[in-house]
Design a protein around this ligand. Structure first.
Ligand code: ATP
Length: 330
């Protein structure tokens, strides 16, 4: 089946003028992946690996100094433009909330602090759902029940709710129009562990019911293990590995992925965790060849000279590493 989202060779740079010289921070630099219908696709990577920049690009939130300098982003429900940033405004308005929605960390960016929760539902969802107002309000109440919220939250202001309740409101808002695609950016990171589990369970439950695709971004590998179906690992603006989530955890191939997994805390194991060593890459002047090579225990001469591309190491398991696949030059 046709994927819901295809990202091809995307390059998104922050163009800043520094001492009169035009320079770019190459935050996303040649990223390709596809999100299938009805899956939760995870994106992992440490801070500054480019996850937020990738999401901003996909969501069409491109403002200077960020620029898309290459590649394309194709949604099945908005074909032909190569990205939301290139689509006419009326098309973007038409698909927001209805086909594509977001759950962000902290949710306050979506919920208007000076308006009651009900107004957010009326503003965002009513234009798409329409019809009789009483029926719409009943639909909102029914949908809130799915995230275990009482109808009384509709009369509240966002600051009157706990962080967990706000994230559940944001989840209800993002899913009430049953969009095909939901972008979740660290949606549970600010929550304590118990509430986090509860919200993850609700995301999974609603996703199963609606058959939506979710692009789920977090640096937290434990959360990925819990919720995502497939997982991509990002390092310094590029993907280094992609496979079914269980396969990534069982059989990681890229040295960076191996490091991420071996540094996860394990019950009953108090052995000190190995640090990665070296310094995080400077994306204004990234390392040549494989961007991970200066920190890589397996690096050989080719790694500083050639850029490894993502190739299948096994069916459905892509890796960009010369130590894993000898012949993955571009
Ligand atoms: P985090 O988990 O910390 O949010 P991230 O993986 O989402 O990290 P990005 O926020 O996409 O990473 O950042 C990627 C790179 O782009 C970093 O080097 C960052 O410093 C740089 N960057 C981000 N925003 C800007 C900006 N407005 N101007 C210039 N550079 C930026």
């Amino acid at each position: 089946a046709q994927p819901l989202l295809s990202v091809r060779d995307l390059q998104a740079y922050y163009r800043t003028s520094h001492s009169g010289v035009r320079r770019g921070i190459r935050a996303v630099d040649g990223v390709s992946f596809k999100v299938r219908r009805g899956e939760i696709y995870g994106l992992a990577g440490e801070s500054s690996s480019g996850k937020t920049t990738l999401i901003k690009s996909i969501a069409g939130a491109i403002r200077p100094p960020l620029e898309i300098v290459g590649g394309s982003i194709e949604f099945a429900f908005l074909p032909g433009y190569g990205g939301l940033h290139r689509a006419p405004r009326e098309d973007v308005e038409r698909i927001r909330w209805r086909h594509l929605s977001y759950i962000m960390q902290g949710s306050m960016s979506v919920l208007n602090p000076v308006r009651r929760i009900k107004s957010s539902f009326v503003d965002f969802a009513y234009p798409h759902i329409g019809g009789n107002r009483t029926q719409f309000e009943q639909q909102v109440v029914d949908h809130l029940a799915r995230v275990k919220l009482d109808p009384s939250v509709l009369a509240a202001f966002p600051h009157e709710l706990s962080g967990g309740m706000r994230q559940r409101v944001a989840l209800a808002l993002a899913t009430i129009c049953r969009p095909g695609f939901v972008i979740a950016d660290e949606p549970t990171t600010a929550l304590d562990v118990v509430v986090q589990k509860e919200v993850l369970g609700m995301i999974r439950g609603i996703q199963r019911e609606t058959g939506s695709s979710v692009l789920f971004v977090t640096h937290d590998m434990g959360v990925h293990a819990h919720i995502t179906d497939r997982l991509a690992i990002m390092y310094a603006g590029r993907l280094v590995e992609e496979a079914a989530t269980a396969e990534i955890f069982r059989n990681p191939q890229h040295p960076y992925t191996k490091h991420l997994i071996s540094s996860l805390p394990r019950i009953g194991d108090d052995a000190p965790r190995q640090g990665l060593g070296g310094t995080p890459p400077n994306l204004a002047d990234p390392p040549s060849g494989c961007r991970f090579h200066p920190r890589c225990p397996l690096a050989s001469e080719i790694c500083s000279r050639e850029v490894p591309v993502m190739r299948e190491a096994a069916a459905g398991h892509r890796v960009a590493c010369f130590a894993v696949i000898k012949d993955n030059k571009a």
